[in-house]
Design a protein around this ligand. Structure first.
Ligand code: MN
Length: 131
């Protein structure tokens, strides 16, 4: 039986190893495939090469942060159609404003809700249309 994720390829960008592992474990359990980056720069290069169905982007990253990385992805014709969902624990207005202006498909609040996470991810995959 094939799981909810049906082999969709999800890129998880997260610099916290525990958060990264939790997201990976939940998604793989539900039959998503996953690839990972811990730095914004790596994420941009890997996205161009692998063209994932969806990118989950931690906003707080060292160096090129999640907002800047997403802006780069959105200005590159090869990656502009990949939906990018922000992962953030921040409720600060300034962060929310930066997120809403930067081309994200949506936001998932951290810590993730392990009972709902795979459903949230799948719905962002589907709402982005067939790729
Ligand atoms: Mn972080």
């Amino acid at each position: 039986m094939s799981g909810r994720g049906a082999g969709k390829l999800i890129m998880i960008v997260e610099d916290n190893a525990k958060n990264l592992k939790l997201a990976r474990d939940v998604l793989r359990f539900h039959d998503f495939r996953t690839i990972e980056a811990m730095r914004g720069e790596d994420c941009v290069a890997m996205a161009r090469e692998r063209l994932p169905d969806l990118i989950l982007m931690d906003v707080g990253l060292p160096g090129l942060d999640g907002v800047d990385a997403t802006r780069l992805l959105k200005t590159d014709p090869s990656t502009t159609k990949i939906p990018v969902v922000a992962l953030t624990a921040s409720v600060m207005r300034s962060d929310r404003d930066r997120i809403s202006e930067s081309g994200f498909a949506g936001v998932i609040v951290k810590p993730i809700d392990v009972l709902r996470f795979s459903e949230q991810v799948l719905s962002y995959c589907l709402s982005s249309g067939a790729r």
